[in-house]
Design a protein around this ligand. Structure first.
Ligand code: PLP
Length: 409
């Protein structure tokens, strides 16, 4: 049993169906566990956090997981753990969440943006090589866009980097499998998000998986002011007041309230993933017949995590992305766009320079066609059918208008 903010969006009478873009499910068990922790007298990092780390690592088949306050800070800490010279270059796709690039900057490093493939929205090895182009890059952030598993090994090789210099941004990648390797088990550090809209929602939260015990130890200190590991235990019976500080720390620990919610949510995760995959399947089946709508890429093998369902809209064969989004909104369907290319934001243009920001022809071409349709575990197949009917209808009207006005087909 799960509780949602509202009842599902079944139409009543003539009221149009409403399909929200996202809706956070917090299971009844998670509500109960959060209440218990809040009433327990221990609400910050503690035994629940330790248990969540153990259960997340076991779920993924990763040797260790370190829970933190967000995926953004997870990426920053994972980069800090590499102890690179300040200003070292770090590759990252330009179609990603801006926070993931801020993390590079706040780690004292310099982002080098990489163009992306228009079908997967993930950089190809040739694009990585072009971005490197004679420069010495120190590390790379690989992002599993929408839940599509990136080929981490191929990208690291193209960058000339060992796998332990790769930080994976798996904010979309929990539950994805690349060929036969679950995301979170390959590189030096993989960062996950438990933000409200992500596949395992806590509300806020993040984690890093790693196979390197030294790196895990660094992360456990750096997430809590650089204080020696397990400093949180100092208030427990038998805990001492003494601690040391041996690295530059942040305030980025996960609380036990979050961890208790996460532990309960993790029990539901496989079922939610099954629902997402089924909804994506239905979108594929129905939208595959609509001219001018290109479906999201399917991985060559392994498993897609289906965090987002992103279509590409042909601007000639349909009304165009912005008109489609506006028209869908009037019909009760909320959509979004992932992501505005990082190189188009004023802050990053100033930081990186105009020349550096003029190197992304494929991202620039595909961005205006991208539209993210609603996909979340509180939706049902009728919601997907409704969304697809509206899209087909809007495309048809656009077509009729064009023909009516003597436009070219
Ligand atoms: C959501 C997201 C993040 C940030 O996650 P937070 O937990 O909100 O910090 C990072 N990268 C990508 C690609 C995201 O979508």
């Amino acid at each position: 049993m799960t509780a949602t903010a509202q009842a599902p969006s079944a139409p009543t009478g003539d009221a149009p169906r409403r399909v929200p873009f996202a809706r956070t499910i917090i299971s009844d068990e998670a509500l109960q566990r959060a209440h218990e922790v809040l009433a327990s007298g221990w609400v910050t990092t503690g035994p629940e956090t330790v248990a969540f780390e153990r259960e997340l690592a076991a779920y993924l088949g990763a040797p260790d997981a370190v829970a933190v306050s967000s995926c953004t800070v997870a990426i920053e800490l994972a980069l800090r753990a590499l102890a690179l010279r300040p200003g070292s270059l770090v590759l990252t796709p330009t179609i990603t969440f801006c926070g993931a690039v801020h993390a590079i900057v706040h780690a004292g490093l310099r982002p080098v943006l990489v163009d992306v493939d228009p079908v997967t929205l993930i950089p190809r090895p040739d694009q990585v090589m072009r971005a490197v182009e004679g420069r010495t890059v120190a590390a790379m952030v690989v992002q599993h866009m929408a839940g599509h598993p990136a080929q981490v090994r191929d990208l690291a090789e193209a960058a000339g980097l060992p796998l332990d210099r790769v930080v994976e941004d798996a904010a979309h990648g929990l539950g994805a499998v690349a060929d036969d390797e679950p995301i979170g088990t390959i590189s030096g550090a993989t960062c996950f998000s438990f933000y409200a809209t992500k596949n395992l929602p806590i509300g806020e939260g993040g984690a890093v998986t790693t196979a390197d015990p030294d790196r895990a130890a660094f992360l456990r200190r750096a997430r809590l002011h650089g204080m020696t590991a397990d400093a949180w235990r100092r208030y427990l019976p038998g805990g001492g007041w003494a601690y040391s500080v041996d690295v530059a720390g942040l305030k980025a620990n996960m609380t036990d309230v979050q961890a208790a919610i996460g532990r309960a949510q993790l029990v539901c995760f496989d079922e939610w993933q099954r629902v997402r995959a089924e909804l994506a399947e239905e979108y594929d089946a129905l939208l595959g017949q609509v001219e001018g709508v290109a479906l999201p890429a399917r991985p060559r093998s392994g498993r897609h995590a289906w965090h987002l369902y992103i279509v590409r809209l042909d601007p000639v064969l349909g009304p165009g992305r912005d008109a489609m989004a506006a028209e869908l909104a009037t019909r009760g369907v909320a959509t979004s766009v992932h992501f505005i290319p990082v190189h188009s934001f004023p802050y990053f243009r100033t930081l990186l320079g105009e020349d550096e920001c003029a190197r992304f022809p494929e991202a620039d071409a595909v961005f205006p066609t991208l539209l993210t349709l609603p996909l979340h575990a509180a939706m049902d197949l009728d919601d997907v059918r409704y969304v697809c009917e509206q899209i087909a209808d809007i495309c048809q009207s656009a077509d009729a208008e064009r023909v009516g006005s003597g436009g070219l087909r």
